[in-house]
Design a protein around this ligand. Structure first.
Ligand code: GLN
Length: 309
């Protein structure tokens, strides 16, 4: 029996809708504090180009840490396995912006999806280049995947994050002190803050994730963007680390690799099946969209999608 995915998405949206507005909007980045918590959108992209959407699927939001998936793919493509000299691939069990493990683990962050690890990954992606050129590469990659040249950086968010970025600066200086930074702190953070401030809609984000459902090949353009084993490993890291100290709970409830951002977006990958993006700004205590996680749990269940089937 074929599953009616449009109906699964609509049902998941309806089930999660009563929770809209719950959770807490990220306010440590002032430009995010004023986002209306009642937004809720979902988009499902399938490799054959089919899209299904619900709610505010075409409203751009700040993708924040979801950007870490794209910079991980680009860094692996650029520097290969040597990336793992700079960052590990173990779940941290700690908050996204935690510094505690960095001291005992000699400045090597646990994984590329916590802040310290994403900053180390971005530092490797820069690879001696000018920061603006790197941000252009990131944008070009995402625009090509989304099939939309309109994807851009929200400079107010980037500025706001830099202004209030004491915590990320601390992490970066700390790594620098251990010799795990190859560029000046502000060069690396200049790229990191801007990548986090990329604004995308659920529709654009779901399309942009499709290459990870297809073993690293963009089904729209046919390009092999990362090698198949690397795409699988990115999914493995998303599964284990994509939601910080909430990753186990997300894996338990949704059963698919995902990456959340404090803007309230989640990108979820169903290998071989499709890519789902959800957005609702109210966050749970670990910084994952509360409504988004409910919606994904119900969608995955209804569709029968799981990496454990
Ligand atoms: N830009 C945010 C930060 O560095 C990203 C955090 C997140 O989305 N979890 O704090």
């Amino acid at each position: 029996m074929t599953v009616d995915l449009a109906r699964c998405l609509a049902e998941a949206y309806d089930i999660a809708l009563p929770h809209r507005g719950q959770g807490k909007v990220a306010d440590y980045i002032p430009a995010l504090a004023c986002v209306d918590p009642n937004h809720f959108g979902m988009a499902l992209a399938l490799p054959d180009g089919t899209m299904h959407v619900a709610g505010d699927a075409d409203t751009p939001f700040s993708i924040q840490s979801v950007s870490k998936v794209f910079t991980l793919a680009l860094a692996l493509r650029r520097v290969g396995s040597s990336l793992w000299d700079s960052v590990g691939r173990e779940p941290s069990g700690s908050a996204f912006n935690s510094i505690v493990q960095l001291e005992t683990e000699h400045g090597i962050p646990r994984n590329p999806l916590i802040n310290a690890g994403a900053i180390a990954t971005t530092d490797r992606l820069i690879d001696g280049r000018d920061g603006d050129a790197v941000i252009e590469e990131i944008l070009a990659f995402i625009r090509a995947r989304a099939g939309d040249e309109g994807v851009d950086i929200d400079l107010d968010v980037a500025f706001s994050e830099s202004e209030t970025g004491a915590r990320n600066r601390s992490l970066t200086h700390f790594m620098d002190a251990f010799g795990n930074l190859r560029h000046p702190v502000e060069t690396t953070l200049g790229v990191y803050f801007r990548q986090c401030a990329i604004a995308m809609s659920c529709t654009q984000l779901a399309k942009a994730g499709l290459f990870l459902t297809m073993d690293g090949r963009d089904p729209r353009t046919g390009e092999q963007l990362v090698e198949p084993h690397r795409a699988r490993r990115i999914n493995a890291i998303m599964m284990l680390c994509g939601h910080y100290d909430n990753s186990g709970e997300f894996a338990f409830r949704v059963g698919l690799p995902g990456k959340s951002g404090v803007g309230g977006g989640i990108l979820c990958i169903a290998p071989g099946q499709g890519s789902i993006a959800v957005w609702s700004p109210g966050l749970n205590e670990a910084g994952t969209s509360l409504v988004g996680a409910i919606a994904l749990e119900h969608f995955a269940y209804a569709a029968g999608w799981s990496v454990f089937d």
